[in-house]
Design a protein around this ligand. Structure first.
Ligand code: UT7
Length: 333
């Protein structure tokens, strides 16, 4: 798909108020702030409150994105929630968010694990190019799915949500995209039980089989290789060089992965945005959260060219280029 004349006209994010530091985790797990920071770059992450589910986080980010766009909920035609941690196995989370906004519009989820936001952006941009106003939200409550006694997993994940509003705009560009998957490698990052293949059974699944499981080293290697190749594919499709990119916003799983990707792509120093230190891995929420953070820090200027790149369970991966035309602090919009 070539670039579409679609812009992000609103951006919003929501992080639950409870912050869990590495030292907090080290009080009950055999780990340390030093190990977590060195291996992952993570210092702290946010945990949803017991009464908060994915749709609550999504709704808070969505309201902020709509305010940012200067739109009312009734202006929205399509709600897409990118999530791998829905409120319920059935139904999808997007209709719940739409209903909370007072909408009865098209609403569906995209589950591509940590690549979900980039997948949702391709689907949402295509709908926006056709005339729809699209609310795309990446929202996750992964801390509900991790085994909090497994130090190799528990330290990595956090909760949060980020949302964008997409609309056709002759001056804006989203794309090209490069998306892919390899379902033959599902076990390197998955939750085995709890759905159709192996419905949850309280006796059989008293162990951790209905929790996230990961072969960290394999995920690491795939993530670096796939995010690099996929980024190169979109640069090539666009006839662009990495020097033409003002800011790389990658899925925030691990600082070392993002640095390795940046190094292989030849990203100039200081042009990769990092939030993993403060957010941990928030899966499909990490890229829109990082976009909002970059804007707050004054790192998004009108006309900037961004490269988004992600990798996650599935396996799935995806990258795209976009030109930032959304509101920036201090602008009239
Ligand atoms: O969104 C995609 C999802 N996930 C990812 O992107 C994660 C990708 N993978 C990674 O980020 C890294 O593989 C990890 C951070 C998960 C692990 O880092 P690593 O450098 O690959 O460590 P390792 O798995 O090779 O483990 C090294 C050691 C092991 O001990 P032994 O066997 O050498 O004695 C682990 O048991 O570190 C141990 N370890 C820990 N030690 C302290 C694992 N987790 C911890 C921990 N604290 N939290």
């Amino acid at each position: 798909m070539t670039a579409l004349a679609v812009g992000i006209i609103g951006l919003g994010s929501y992080l639950p108020s409870r912050i869990v530091t590495n030292d907090d985790l080290a009080q009950r797990l055999d780990t340390s702030d030093e190990w977590i920071r060195t291996r992952t770059g993570i210092r702290e992450r946010h945990y949803a409150a017991p009464e908060e589910a994915t749709s609550d986080l999504a709704l808070a980010a969505a309201r902020r994105a709509l305010d940012d766009a200067g739109l009312a909920a009734t202006d929205v035609d399509v709600v897409i929630v990118a999530t791998t941690t829905p409120d319920h196995p059935v139904p999808a989370t997007a209709p719940l968010v739409a209903a909370a906004l007072g909408l009865r519009c098209t609403a569906f989820d995209v589950n591509a694990a940590c690549s979900g936001f980039v997948y949702g952006l391709q689907v949402g941009s295509a709908l926006a190019a056709g005339g729809a106003t699209v609310l795309l939200i990446g929202a996750e409550t992964l801390t509900r799915y991790v085994d909090h006694d497994d130090r190799a997993i528990a330290v990595l994940f956090g909760d949060g949500a980020g949302a964008v509003v997409l609309r056709a705009d002759a001056d804006a560009r989203i794309g090209p995209f490069d998306l892919g998957s390899d379902g033959s490698e599902l076990e390197i990052l998955w939750m085995r039980a709890g759905a159709a293949r192996e419905p949850f059974d309280p006796v059989r699944h008293a162990d951790a089989s209905s929790r996230m499981a990961m072969r960290g080293g394999d995920v690491y290697r795939h993530a670096v290789a796939r995010m690099t190749a996929s980024s190169q594919a979109v640069l090539e499709a666009a006839g662009a060089r990495i020097e033409d990119v003002d800011l790389v916003v990658g899925h925030q799983a691990n600082r070392r992965i993002l640095e390795a990707v940046a190094q292989r792509l030849g990203v100039p120093d200081g042009r990769s945005h990092l939030t993993v230190d403060r957010h941990g891995n928030t899966s499909a929420a990490s890229i829109p959260l990082a976009l909002a953070d970059a804007r707050e820090q004054g790192r998004l200027r009108s006309g900037d060219r961004l490269l988004l790149t992600a990798f996650g369970g599935g396996l799935t991966w995806g990258s795209c280029l976009l030109t930032w035309t959304g509101p920036v602090p201090g602008s009239d919009g």
